[in-house]
Ligand binder design. Structure first.
Ligand code: CIR
Length: 255
């Protein structure tokens, strides 16, 4: 897996507490999420990446989840078309921020919708989930873009997870962290799987950043399995992020 040099994050807005969620974990605390976000930024920096921190945008409560408005590769950027109406306008600030780093841009256009959280890249292969946020037309457009650029892509209808990456993460070296519907999914049969049990499902959303894998705190089994596979881990408290259906991958764009 290639090394990441850059990461984009966006500070949580005070309106974060009124963002979209399907969880019943209660309302997040703004002060606490701001602290957890700062710890996330520090952890990324400790992995040797340059972190660009975009200012909070009160107009978009969910805009801290910068993974959804874009899909990035080393060669090009795809500006997504987020499927939740209240989030769609987030893509403008992200495209502007990416202008400094990319020359080649593609766009997912309506009636295609797509959230970056439904896109998993594993080496030269993209898996694109069909969800409440990503429709067939959005997935088809992304597949066409990445295939034109020399990658392969497959489209997978999701059965249970909110976003594709809610239940799966690629760590490099053929190692795939899988939970729920992905454990026995034929699309991931050829990987060396790190299987996450039902009660630890939240920790399937973890991120490899250069020499470390960042995982949510409180999942000792997941930590053990990932370390056994040969990785060093960093644990972060994600309680206030989980309350809004977010995970570690959602909070950054890594490239
Ligand atoms: C939303 O419903 O859009 C946000 N509350 C959570 C987005 C999480 N993003 C992700 O999984 N990529």
């Amino acid at each position: 897996m290639s090394q990441f040099k850059n990461v984009i994050v966006k500070a949580p807005a005070k309106s974060y507490v009124d963002g979209l969620t399907t969880s019943d974990l209660g309302k997040p605390d703004y002060g606490k999420v701001a602290e957890q976000h700062q710890a996330y930024v520090e952890a990324l920096k400790s992995c040797g990446v340059e972190v660009t921190e975009l200012p909070a945008d009160e107009q978009y409560p969910d805009s801290v989840f910068v993974e959804d408005p874009a899909v990035l590769t080393p060669e090009f950027a795809v500006i997504a078309n987020p499927g939740a109406e209240s989030r769609n306008g987030e893509k403008e600030a992200i495209e502007k921020a990416l202008g400094k780093f990319y020359e080649t841009f593609y766009h997912i256009e309506s009636p295609g919708f797509l959230d970056g959280g439904d896109v998993l890249q594993a080496d030269n292969r993209f898996s694109i989930g069909l969800s409440e946020r990503t429709n067939e037309e959005g997935a088809r457009q992304l597949k066409e873009i990445v295939e034109k650029e020399g990658y392969t892509a497959e489209i997978l209808p999701l059965e249970e997870f909110f976003h594709l990456k809610t239940g799966i993460a690629y760590l490099g070296n053929n190692n795939m962290v899988v939970a729920g519907e992905f454990i026995d999914h034929p699309a991931f049969a050829d990987y060396d799987k790190i299987v996450i049990g039902k009660e630890d499902e939240y920790s399937a959303n973890c991120i490899r950043v250069n020499d470390r894998v960042i995982i949510p705190a409180g999942f000792p089994e997941t930590k053990r399995k990932i370390e056994e596979a040969g990785y060093k881990t960093i644990e972060l408290d994600m309680s206030e992020v989980q309350k809004q259906d977010g995970g570690l991958s959602c909070l950054s764009l890594r490239f």
